[in-house]
Ligand binder design. Structure first.
Ligand code: ADP
Ligand code: MG
Length: 270
């Protein structure tokens, strides 16, 4: 902690506190996520640190970089230092559009889509499952780049965090197979990304309900309402392929990335 000057608390998540800090060495701003490991054995703690070091190897314009990790000697909390992304998140942006009563343009959607596919590909290429992909975990940089954050964290903290999370948040992004108690897979991330892309196009999630039981039933059994018809058929089909109930039927991230649809978009929009 001595290397960082605490500037302010940014927020509190389901399992820890997030601070804005300044590095005393470089003068740069970063974010520190602090999580209590108090019920963990020495062996489990070692594992947390090892996993965190793996996450620190990933660097890509469309993911939040992790820089450092350590235990705060005073409190015993686990601290993960990461890139500060200052332009808000995609959930906020979607709400803004809702308030203004307008949809994203197709060009905006394609620029977003390409970045999300590239970011998730980078994560999964390193054999990491995100496990908590949602619009609130996709940050926007000052320059307008999208950066996927919070990847791999729920695995590091598996027991403590995953349980806490499912109890707290509304699981709009959770896949049918996870609801059926199957283990997380790469294809569960694809489902969640499908929910995010649908949400960007529709400004609503594909499955919504005023209570959690209704939501679960819809995720398991219903088809999402059709998207506004002014969006290209290619785009609609692409999104629906991500939201197939059977994880095997969804494209893998590599298939999505290499698909003619995404390849032609990349040529046009990057
Ligand atoms: P949650 O569990 O709801 O995802 P988090 O603990 O991830 O909450 O984040 C808490 C708050 O900190 C949120 O408002 C989030 O937008 C913000 N935040 C998290 N990581 C970053 C980051 N790298 N840059 C800027 N803000 C961040
Ligand atoms: Mg988060």
């Amino acid at each position: 902690m001595d290397d960082y000057q605490l500037l302010k608390k940014i927020g509190e998540g389901s399992y820890g506190v997030v601070y804005l800090v300044r590095s005393k060495k470089t003068g740069g701003m970063s974010v520190i996520k602090k999580v209590s490991l108090k019920d963990m054995s020495e062996k489990e703690r070692k594992k947390v640190h090892k996993e965190a070091r793996i996450l620190q190897m990933l660097h890509h314009p469309n993911i939040v970089s992790y820089y450092d990790s350590f235990e705060d000697p005073e409190t015993g909390s686990f601290c993960l230092v990461m890139e500060y992304v200052s332009g808000g998140d995609l959930r906020m942006k979607i709400k803004e559009k809702q308030d203004q009563g307008e949809y994203f343009t197709e060009e905006e959607i394609y620029t977003i889509l390409i970045q999300l596919i590239s970011g998730l590909k980078e994560i999964q290429d390193h054999k990491i499952i995100h496990r908590d992909l949602k619009s609130a975990n996709i940050f926007i940089s000052k320059k307008g780049l999208l950066k996927i954050g919070d990847f791999g964290i729920s695995r590091i903290l598996s027991n403590t965090y995953e349980k806490a999370k499912t109890l707290i948040g509304t699981p709009y992004y959770i896949s049918p197979e996870i609801l059926e108690n199957k283990p997380y897979s790469f294809q569960s991330d694809i489902w969640s990304l499908g929910v995010v892309i649908y949400e960007i196009c529709h400004l609503k999630r594909p499955f919504e309900s005023d209570n959690i039981y209704g939501l679960v039933l819809k995720i398991l059994n219903s088809e999402p309402p059709s998207l506004p018809s002014f969006y290209a058929k290619d785009l609609q089909d692409f999104i629906l392929s991500f939201l197939q109930k059977d994880p095997q039927k969804r494209p893998t991230i590599t298939q999505a990335y290499e698909s003619p649809f995404i390849q032609s978009l990349s040529q046009k929009y990057t």
